[in-house]
Write a protein that binds this ligand. Structure first.
Ligand code: MG
Length: 438
């Protein structure tokens, strides 16, 4: 029996619920529903017009309903009278195939049938910038190697401390916060968990971070590359598959790993799936025009971009697309801050399941510094260089279509091509500077 949100509202003194969902572009949408009306909403869902969000729908489509998932409920630590719930989208009595959370749940159910439960952790990097978005918020944060800078970290303690306090209260088990590699950039880490829980938390983390920054007169951005000369905002994902009970890590090796990284044969097949589909997943993991200024980017003032440029994996080596930092898991370093939290997880799982089903071999790890010696690796596939190439790759891919569904991939590609079209018609100052005298 599903949890009764009306009863929970009474016992926890919740006055309003944010019935919340993200569209294909990852934009967060919600209705603020008074607790007196939540009983009906829990059954029927809150009504929306799908065309008004980034979904491939027209104004003629019937009502879209966001049905709250009571298991996702979070009472806002900084405003406890409000409860946040992730919603699944329904239309005409059916779940909407081309909606991100539904697509992820479908993938997870498919994995569960095969006896796999995916657990993930995400590292959502962000910049704290001033309210008008023109520069980083802290004018004193100027070191060329600012990573782990204690003074700059503590100048933002009012924001970072409040977010971490909230994570503790919500039971996410946060364990570290730091100043990252770019001026004005931070990262906060909490425990990995089941992929759906991590995706819901990822959505909520972005909302919470932006809100608490705004309450402090600042702004938080997860934009992949907000400043050309500084390291961009990645969203690395740590991935492992567990048995149905979630107690046994199937990526951990019970015996010696001949490749020396501490991964099981199953984990290598999963990794093989990721390597096989990486170029096709780029449109999902790096979904904006701006994303391509982060991957394959020139060196930043700190000395490295920390983002991949080719489809390679290594051991505990951050210059590769996939790092194996420890026994029993791998870290995907391709995704950025614009990735849709649900499609990120669904994309990973689609490639992982394909790798296992087809026993894909990732080849041997490469033990080179890809930033300095990448040219020596002649066989590595290169990542797409722009959004148009990435979308074309995704469009023709079978594995991701199989996993996420044709309806979702078609809708995503169609809407993103419209975005590309809008961008490519924009006349930039670079073009004028380089073409006026042609
Ligand atoms: Mg980081």
């Amino acid at each position: 029996m599903a949890k009764d949100l009306e009863a929970i509202a009474k016992s926890k003194k919740i006055k309003y619920f944010l019935v919340s969902w993200v569209d294909l572009f990852g934009s967060l949408r919600a209705k603020l529903v008074p607790a007196r009306a939540i009983k009906g909403m829990q059954k029927e869902g809150a009504g929306f017009a799908g065309f008004a969000a980034w979904l491939d729908m027209t104004p003629a489509h019937p009502d879209l309903f966001g049905v709250p998932d009571p298991d996702s409920l979070i009472q806002l630590p900084w405003k406890p009278e409000i409860g946040w719930v992730a919603a699944d989208l329904w239309m005409d009595g059916k779940e909407v195939e081309a909606s991100p959370r539904v697509a992820l749940k479908r993938q997870l159910a498919k994995a569960m049938k095969k006896g796999y439960r995916m657990k993930t952790g995400v590292e959502c990097e962000f910049h704290l910038i001033n309210a008008d978005g023109s520069d980083i918020a802290d004018g004193s944060d100027t070191q060329s190697k600012p990573c782990y800078d204690q003074l700059a970290l503590m100048r933002q303690y009012p924001v970072i401390g409040k977010i971490c306090d909230a994570m503790i209260e919500m039971g996410w088990n946060p364990y570290q916060n730091d100043h990252e590699d770019a001026n004005g950039q931070f990262e906060m880490n909490w425990d990995f968990d089941d992929a759906l829980k991590t995706a819901d938390r990822h959505v909520f983390f972005k909302y919470m971070t932006k809100t608490i920054a705004e309450e402090n007169g600042l702004r938080a951005t997860f934009m992949p590359k907000p400043f050309t000369h500084l390291t961009g905002n990645g969203c690395h994902a740590h991935v492992s598959l567990w048995d149905r009970t979630g107690k046994k890590n199937l990526f951990a090796t019970g015996r010696k790993d001949p490749r020396g990284l501490g991964l099981s044969p199953l984990a290598y097949q999963a990794l093989g799936g990721i390597m096989h589909s990486a170029e096709d997943l780029t449109a999902i993991f790096n979904p904006t025009v701006n994303s391509f200024k982060r991957i394959s980017a020139p060196r930043t003032v700190s000395g490295a971009t920390w983002s991949p440029n080719a489809v390679t994996y290594g051991g505990n080596n951050r210059t590769h697309m996939v790092r194996v930092p420890d026994d029993g898991r791998f870290e995907l370093r391709l995704m950025d801050g614009a990735a849709n939290p649900y499609l990120l997880q669904a994309g990973v799982l689609a490639a992982v399941l394909d790798g296992i089903e087809n026993k894909r071999d990732p080849g041997d790890p490469i033990h080179l510094n890809m930033y300095e010696e990448g040219h020596k690796v002649k066989t590595a596939k290169k990542l797409p260089q722009n959004m148009l190439d990435a979308l074309r790759q995704l469009d023709k891919n079978k594995v991701i279509r199989e996993g996420l569904g044709d309806e979702l991939v078609d809708a995503f590609v169609k809407l993103k091509l419209q975005e590309w079209d809008s961008y490519s018609k924009h006349l930039s100052s670079w073009e004028r500077a380089n073409t006026l005298d042609c």
